[in-house]
Design a protein around this ligand. Structure first.
Ligand SMILES: [Zn+2]
Ligand SMILES: [Zn+2]
Length: 213
């Protein structure tokens, strides 16, 4: 098995979790033995989020998607954004807020759970009023956490440990863009994403009655 950041290997990760006997849990209780918390920080692309969300639903997996309200890359308040939110719920996933410090506008679109975007260490793990911070004590500790940041596993791809059931519980942070678009490096993946976005933008322009003839 090769640990590429590709959809095929994402499916293998989900299969490994099943083999290992993990439960797909969410951030409504502190993780217990056997819990796997699939966390997705959606930094760049709702399309990529939906791609992963469909695959997870097919495989009987539930995840929590953390969406931004003030992203420069997508607009959650647009019809596309609203459709994406609705589809994530329909597929059985949870939706939390991916917040940029110190802005915390946790409205009714979100479950009471927050993941900070690019946080500074001093407030990264602070508890919040009325919501769970995914990095607060009880939900996060370094031995039970893996992240694919910038297409690089700091502590290795967890598929073997998941399949063996050897990790007590795990918060697994993945960024959908990294998996939904091909590329051997973050740069290549981002270029593939931009190619796809260009095609989507052309569709958006046509839908906006822009003359492209
Ligand atoms: Zn792997
Ligand atoms: Zn982020």
């Amino acid at each position: 098995m090769s640990c590429d950041f590709e959809l095929g290997h994402y499916r293998e990760l989900l299969a490994a979790a099943k083999t290992g006997g993990y439960r797909f849990a969410s951030f409504d209780h502190e993780p217990a033995a056997g819990d796997l918390l699939l966390r997705h920080d959606v930094d760049l692309s709702l399309d990529a989020a939906l791609t992963l969300a469909e695959i997870e639903a097919e495989k009987g997996a539930q995840a929590t998607y953390f969406l931004m309200t003030r992203s420069v890359f997508y607009n959650l308040a647009s019809p596309e954004g609203e459709r994406a939110l609705g589809r994530l719920r329909e597929l059985g996933h949870r939706v939390g807020l991916h917040a940029v410090y110190p802005g915390l506008e946790l409205d009714e679109r979100f479950d009471p759970v927050v993941a900070w975007h690019n946080p500074d260490p001093e407030f990264m793990r602070e508890r919040l009023d009325g919501a769970v911070n995914v990095m607060q004590p009880g939900y996060f500790d370094p031995d039970h956490y893996r992240s694919d940041s910038n297409q690089h596993w700091r502590n290795g791809c967890p598929h073997e440990e998941l399949a063996a059931g050897s990790i007590e519980w795990l918060q697994l942070l993945t960024h959908p863009e990294i998996w939904a678009y091909p590329g051997a490096t973050m740069r290549e993946t981002m270029l593939a994403m931009l190619d796809a976005e260009r095609a989507r933008d052309l569709e958006r322009l046509a839908a906006d009655r822009i003359d492209l003839t």
